[in-house]
Write a protein that binds this ligand. Sequence first.
Ligand code: HEM
Length: 495
Amino acid sequence: RYRKSSSSRLPLPPGPHRLPIIGNVFDMPKRYAGADFNALSDKYGDMVYMDILGQPMLILGSHHIALDLLEKRSALYSDRVRSAMVDLAGFDWLLATMPYGPWWRRHRRAFHQFFNPTAIVELRSIQRTQVGHFLNRLINTPDDFYEHIRHLFSATIMRVAYGIRISEKNDEYMRIAEEGVAAVSRLLSPGKYLVEQLPILRFLPKWMPGAQFRRDAADAQVATHKMRNIPWSRSLEAMHQGTAVPSMTTAMMERMRTLEGSEAENEELVARNTTAAAYAGGADTTLSLIQAFFLVLASFPEVQEKARVELDAVVGPHRLPDFDDRDALPYVCAVIKECMRWHAIAPLGVPHRLIRDDEYRGYLIPKGTLVIVNLWAFSRDERQYPDPEAFLPERFLKDGKLNTDITDPSEFAFGYGRRICPGLHFAESSLFLTLSSVLHTLSVTPQLDAAEKPQRPKIKMTTGVISYPEHFKCVIRPRASWAGALIHANDQLAG
Ligand code: HEM
């Protein structure tokens, strides 16, 4: 139970008994699910220490401790795990898995220039146009709402990052980006590949039985190579032809005009990685929340009724909600906060890695420890959120205003410290515009069965790094004739 640290002999944090060599392999939850990791916290406390084949791991069950370690000591806790699959697939370009250091910092800085709170104001007109198209698609072909949700983020980010306008159906750029994102998520599925635990396996040749991971890594490398390079090259071509519309690519290429040699090459690499990171980081996260929002609407009808009263008074029937309406729409904002809490998009965050031995509350946390933050558990903390499985926007309201005494789920849903999600301001503004516009104009109800009885959708979430609602159906239509007319008129105006 003890390990010698440089300055003292301190115990390791509590956790299940470790067996020789394999450590806690048998104690590790089988599924990457918040509830399963939380069972360990219930047994051992808010810090659970485990050792998986020599890899130290700490599971944090409290937002407070996550702040103490990942935020207040962020200089120590901002590295990422070294992954055999990430190396094999050549994912050194992926911001989310990049080791902590100057190269990573350079990417964060580049990213921040476009997605900081001031810079994102420039992106509002793109967001408005895309939300307008989204509403129109929803009322034209409501049964395809899954596809429309996917299309919304793809279209927005392709336009922001590359100035590319994607087509309504079967768009090539969208397909390439989707395949890239899917390859990344497949490859980073926790526990999927034995090679992560036994790195020696990486030396197996590709053709040997059991070397499926090598073939998967090679396929992922091809898919992500296309994702990073095809839209980027298309955007550069448009610049050469003088037909490019302003985007992250054009702005970054302009800025590096005066650079030469390796400096220019490195800067171009940073720019190419940053545009791809925006797609890879934002696509499935935003999509997961919007899917959950439709599930909420089909499951809890009173939410739409209450939101409409507020929207009718503040926005009215002649326009869609806009960014500046936010402060006047506390109930709508509370619905969005409750959505972020009720559905943990990244239930276990993205693990941080500790770069040297640390001491906390009388325990030693050894260098190299992977710190897993149980965001799902934070969102179910009954002291903050009584009756946590219920969907209650009112928990964020007091006297008709937002109640700042309740922890805003955005304080943990986007992670912590220097690794905090750099897309959070953009994500929040996109979600506000999308969700408020849907609430203002559409009615989302459960499907009816043969006897015309409403069939409430099943509420079940998938497990994994990103969690989604399991497939469900709902009925989507304009909430009144003025709403349908408004959607059509707005979409035609946007072109
Ligand atoms: C509701 C939507 C979103 C949620 C819940 C979310 C959540 C997260 C979380 C939990 C992390 C890990 C933070 C940590 O390590 O502590 C992360 C990282 C990241 N996110 Fe997001 N995210 C969202 C949207 C976006 C968007 C829209 C973008 C891009 C525009 C984006 C880009 C990234 C990137 C690049 C990283 C890696 C940062 C790094 O490792 O340094 N995310 N996000």
